[in-house]
Design a protein around this ligand. Sequence first.
Ligand SMILES: *Cc1c(COP(=O)(O)O)cnc(C)c1O
Length: 369
Amino acid sequence: MKVKQQLLGMKPYKPGKPMEEVKRELGLTEVYKMASNENPYGASPSVQVAIKEMAEQPQIYPDGYASDIRAAVARHLNVLPSQLIFGAGSDEVILMLCRAFLTPDTNTVMASPTFSQYKHNAVIEGAEIREVPLKNGEHDLSAMLDQIDENTRIVWVCNPNNPSGTYTTQEEFEAFIKQVPEDVLVVSDEAYIEYVTAEDFPNTLSQLEKYPNLMVLRTFSKAYGLASLRIGYGVASEDLISMLDPVRPPFNTTTMAQYAAKAALDDQEYIEDCRQRNRKGLDEFERFCEERGFTYLPSQTNFLLMDTGVPGDEMFDALLRKGVIVRSGEALGFPHSIRVTVGTEDENQNFLKAIDECLSENSFVVEKQ
Ligand SMILES: *Cc1c(COP(=O)(O)O)cnc(C)c1O
């Protein structure tokens, strides 16, 4: 058989370690998963009710157009229903964009490190990947502009960026998109927007009219707490959405996901509460880093990248033995860091205690600070 050449060296996505596996392997009873930026409080309580109501008719295909959640999101964002495209997570919207725009004679521009799925899907389409290193942990938008040429089809701005947690300001974003040629798609991936507290964060939705080549990605997987149900969406001009829609699989979001998302969206008070608790947790993490002399990148997300000076994989292993699952920075482009998701108050305290214990119990070789 002859699959696409580019698939030969590729590996599937490597997710954070599942809790049950860690418990089994290490004989632990209590495990804290702080690795995948899920909402530690779960979804709004109203989601449970919606899910139970929808559990009755699994044999019926979902509404392929996702009409109810489409109308609700359109109202919430003050855009037209026809300006939205839904996916099984925003991951699937990324896949659809790559499928629609990229071919082997095109290229795509992105930061490095950034969210892995832009590159992953672009490689599958055979496109050339142009990666621009972060500058001081942030997108280097002027260097990204320099990489755009007549074969560029998509430029990705992950805002705030995963895994660095940093963000691009309104002013920076506007100055950037103004200079991007009109026929190049700019994607602003805003998976963590519900956690953002910075006042100069871009309002990209208000720029959609001015920039028909802009697409904003959002998800219900993070603050809304619906990661297991797989639903996210893109917002763009009607023209862009109608060009993209034929790529979308006909029943790509499930009935359960659509109803749960509607219930989650309706409870904005819950989201506000999660945002505030998250900010408190981040502040605690940042204070801890300052006390211990660790460097970190200020975060507008629900995770923090901490440079403990210890190789990320070693700190990951040491924490794992204490039942705390984080992500090693090594695979994410920050070799002396770990990326930790902000948890509940208890989880956060437990994590900070575990770090201190790891540092005093292990003779790590601190390579760089
Ligand atoms: C988590 C994440 C997504 C995708 O989440 P879905 O669960 O597929 O909606 C997209 N972009 C970034 C930056 C993320 O961190």
